[in-house]
Write a protein that binds this ligand. Sequence first.
Ligand SMILES: Nc1ncnc2c1ncn2[C@@H]1O[C@H](COP(=O)(O)OP(=O)(O)OP(=O)(O)O)[C@@H](O)[C@H]1O
Ligand SMILES: [Mg+2]
Length: 282
Amino acid sequence: MIFDPVPKESRKDFFDREEEIEKIKSLSSPITLVLGLRRTGKSSVIRITLSELNFPYIYIDLRKFEEKGYMSYKDLILELQSEINRLIKRFPNMMDFIKRVEKVKIMGNEVKLKWGGEDRVSVSSLLELLNDWADDRVILCIDEAQELLNLRGANLLPTFAYLFDNLRNIKIILSGSKMGLLYRYLGKDDPKSPLYGRAMNEIELHSFDREKSKEFLKLGFNEININFSEYDVVYENLGGVPGWLTYFGYYYREKRDLNRALSETIDTAIGLIREEFNFLGG
Ligand SMILES: Nc1ncnc2c1ncn2[C@@H]1O[C@H](COP(=O)(O)OP(=O)(O)OP(=O)(O)O)[C@@H](O)[C@H]1O
Ligand SMILES: [Mg+2]
């Protein structure tokens, strides 16, 4: 359903964004950036891309570390560990490759990655493993990657630069709802940054304009057989951020009351802004 309030996994429930998805799928640089404000559809376009490309992938979402305010090396390694174990289940031959990586313990059909002190596994050795293992391509996707700014005890930028220059089989997709922070993290235009001068495949998801917003709502309401015509009122109150239009449609379907659905959506949007403001110490 179009108004399903979760990230979409396929184009069946997804409206528009064909060009953006094609551009992400081109993987035309070792690093792809998917940028856009909250609720513009970043996680959805990434999931759709991953499912359509059908390459093995690792997907980690760093949003949960936003609240925590920092991320330890252990946090990162445990995220990677659970994704690697998921891949091993699907591709048992990966075990033969990962055995060769230092600081990895094999326990039955699973691996444990060491994360402590001197004895910790390096992210670059994991990426090399993935690169050697891949027949074709393998994708490392980090959702809300600006949280890497708060990663303690490790710097991934030299690793990313090494990957960019040498590991042909791995493509990285980074998403960020805080564009400024993500750019600052990557230091793309900072001559002192390891990633300086690397051209990236950049996609920005913008809000829908009035026409697109109307088309989107129309499609959603048609699908659930609800007569609706107040498109302009919705656009004037909510703007064209797809996630808020989705929320509105979902809520309207439940309550069938325009004003309640509008104010409920606005309250939720304000709640999100307030929450982000608190993270900044406001
Ligand atoms: N083009 C679209 N067609 C249908 N639904 C969409 C579209 N874009 C976004 N949505 C819906 O809007 C909501 C937000 O989308 P999604 O979670 O993909 O965005 P996001 O940018 O990752 O959000 P956040 O910044 O909160 O992580 C979801 O419910 C999703 O299904
Ligand atoms: Mg998201």
